[in-house]
Design a protein around this ligand. Structure first.
Ligand SMILES: NC(=O)c1ccc[n+]([C@@H]2O[C@H](COP(=O)([O-])OP(=O)(O)OC[C@H]3O[C@@H](n4cnc5c(N)ncnc54)[C@H](OP(=O)(O)O)[C@@H]3O)[C@@H](O)[C@H]2O)c1
Length: 256
């Protein structure tokens, strides 16, 4: 098979992020290794998932060159004030000198926390992470940390799927130059929806594959999780078809 370059989005400061990644909440190192073997080159972990050491082992066992895989981890909100030691512990567990993306997992105490973001900016300048971002932030919170530091987050990771689609949320991210990364694409979807089913049948794929392709065709990053090797592979097998404009509009309408 000819190796194909999988689609990426360029995030600040000029880092290429694969649009399809492997989520590791409740996943093991074996699952991460299966994902790497299936072709994923983007792994999403977090301090809170307590599997960074397993992900690190999978990265080494895969034999994939460091620069060929994109690794995200996240600061637990409760570790605000201990940013550096938390990232250093993540790097130690992962066996990496730097991650590609480091996120504030949730707004600490529900607050945008510009002081935490200021330390993210400093630590990124030191090279411990190539890009920095947030998760579960709203547009107002993104503005607050951007105004405080002059640096916007590269990414905001939020729950996302066709039923959660909201053009105002998309526009708010695009206007700020923040890449929209979706999580829980399946858990938040109605996978039996007739529109998804009809489109899936037309392409000879599953409704899950349609949901993933909908993200990719919109340039939303998506990080499905599975602990089953066949399902891990099926979730990566979405590069043999694409959705046309009319199909995207019909799927978008599920969230309107
Ligand atoms: N930033 C945040 O606050 C946050 C919050 C939640 C999640 N996340 C990230 O987003 C990732 C994905 O979200 P998620 O894990 O919540 O949910 P998800 O990816 O939407 O769904 C995972 C569930 O779907 C099942 N599944 C996956 N592929 C399947 C397939 N092809 N056929 C049948 N069932 C399938 C999995 O079961 P099996 O494992 O048995 O296949 C699992 O129960 C997480 O792993 C994590 O990395 C981030």
């Amino acid at each position: 098979m000819t190796p194909t370059r999988k689609p990426t989005v360029t995030i600040a400061p000029g880092v290429e992020m694969p649009l399809l990644g492997f989520g590791t909440w409740e996943a093991t190192g074996e699952d991460a290794l299966a994902a790497l073997e299936a072709g994923y080159r983007h792994i999403d972990t977090a301090t809170m998932y307590r599997n960074e050491d397993q992900v690190g082992r999978a990265l080494r066992e895969s034999g994939i060159a460091r620069n060929d895989v994109f690794v995200t981890t996240k600061l637990p909100a409760g570790n605000a004030g201990r940013e550096r030691e938390t990232l250093e512990a993540s790097l130690e567990a992962l066996g990496l000198e730097c991650v590609d993306l480091w996120l504030i997992h949730w707004p600490p105490d529900g607050d945008a926390s510009p002081a935490v973001w200021e330390r993210f900016v400093e630590i990124a300048e030191e090279g411990l992470t190539r890009a920095i971002g947030v998760s579960n932030y709203d547009a107002g919170q993104i503005d607050e940390i951007t105004e405080a530091t002059g640096v916007a987050p590269a990414v905001n990771q939020i729950p996302w799927s066709p039923v959660l689609y909201d053009p105002a949320v998309v526009a708010a991210h695009r206007a700020r130059g923040v890449a929209l990364e979706g999580y829980s694409p399946f858990k938040t979807s109605d996978l039996g929806d007739p529109v998804l089913t009809e489109i899936a049948e037309r392409h000879g794929v599953t409704t899950r594959q349609v949901v993933l392709r909908w993200h990719i065709d919109h340039e939303f990053v998506v990080i499905p999780k599975s602990s089953d090797p066949a399902r891990i592979a099926a979730n990566f097998d979405v590069f043999g078809f694409s959705l046309d404009a009319a199909e995207l509009v019909r799927i978008d309408a599920l969230g309107l």
